[in-house]
Design a protein around this ligand. Structure first.
Ligand SMILES: Nc1ncnc2c1ncn2[C@@H]1O[C@H](COP(=O)(O)OP(=O)(O)OP(=O)(O)O)[C@@H](O)[C@H]1O
Ligand SMILES: [Mg+2]
Length: 252
């Protein structure tokens, strides 16, 4: 079951939306050094829904941040499409983040002074673009935010704020969406709606990488990559709740 060498055999003939090679990231110095990522190599297949799982502190968020150009690794490379993002300068990085990457943060990172609609279209507005009205409507209806579009984050529940964050990441149809525990703060019904939206988006060709602790959430994806101590230790294709639970028990 364990084959960590990229690319995964099953998808060997598919283009990778992201290619991670020998990624290493440490925090702190001396005896307090934490090796958050330790030589991680990984291919993210285009148009697929990939889950990242692993214990708290295993490096999942660090991996997402390095892949989305929100943090710089110590060594190794990350290609998004043809571009090695670890070699880009700040201006090019900003453009890449704006045009090619959607990110759902573990904490929602909404702008408190903007209402839900303004938060959702903010990345597009910054890029000088308007949302495709049909797609905007589809996303808003799927996350059930139609009657909350005029509310500010402090007037929304945690679950509603997270749905705004997911809508914001999807509405520009970026090359790749990274979602760090997008259903972590949701009740199971709202969580299922988000997962179905992500699943549907992937079926429509959107590449999505999602961190989750939940085997039921992982079962919506095409592939699960397991991290432990900053390393890729296992992976599963066509996961089910049961096979994910088995793999988690095996790698614990
Ligand atoms: N800014 C930072 N400064 C110092 N250490 C950090 C920093 N960010 C992360 N770490 C450490 O790096 C390791 C990996 O953290 P990371 O946030 O990637 O884990 P995670 O798998 O996302 O965990 P969780 O499931 O709790 O979100 C942890 O030991 C963490 O304490
Ligand atoms: Mg995390």
């Amino acid at each position: 079951m364990s084959h960590t060498a990229p690319p995964a055999p099953e998808h060997a003939d598919e283009p990778a939306a992201a290619r991670v090679r020998h990624l290493t990231k440490t925090y702190g110095e001396g005896p307090a050094t934490v090796r958050a990522l330790d030589d991680v190599s990984l291919d993210i297949a285009a148009g697929r829904f990939t889950a990242i799982m692993g214990p708290s502190g295993s490096g999942k968020s660090t991996l997402m941040h390095c892949c989305a150009a929100l943090d710089r690794p110590d060594s190794g490379s990350v290609h998004i499409g043809e571009e090695d993002i670890t070699r880009l300068r700040d201006k090019a990085l900003t453009r890449l983040r704006r045009d090619s990457i959607g990110f759902v943060f573990q904490s929602f990172n909404l702008v408190p002074t903007l209402d839900a609609r303004e938060n959702i279209v903010l990345p597009l507005a910054i890029a000088g673009r308007r949302p495709d009205p049909d797609w905007f409507d589809h996303v808003i209806d799927t996350v059930s935010l139609r009657d909350r579009l005029g509310h500010r984050p402090n007037e929304l529940s945690g679950g509603q704020q997270q749905r705004v964050a997911v809508a914001r990441a999807l509405v520009s149809r970026p090359r790749i969406v990274f979602a760090d525990e997008p259903t972590g703060n949701l009740d199971s019904r709202s969580g299922a709606e988000i997962l179905e939206l992500l699943r549907q988006s992937a079926d429509d060709g959107q590449t999505i990488v999602m961190v989750t602790h939940d085997p039921v959430a992982a079962a919506y994806t095409d592939r699960v990559v397991f991290l432990a101590d900053g390393r890729v230790v296992d992976e599963l294709h066509h996961p089910t709740r049961e096979t994910v639970l088995e793999a988690l028990a095996g790698s614990a």
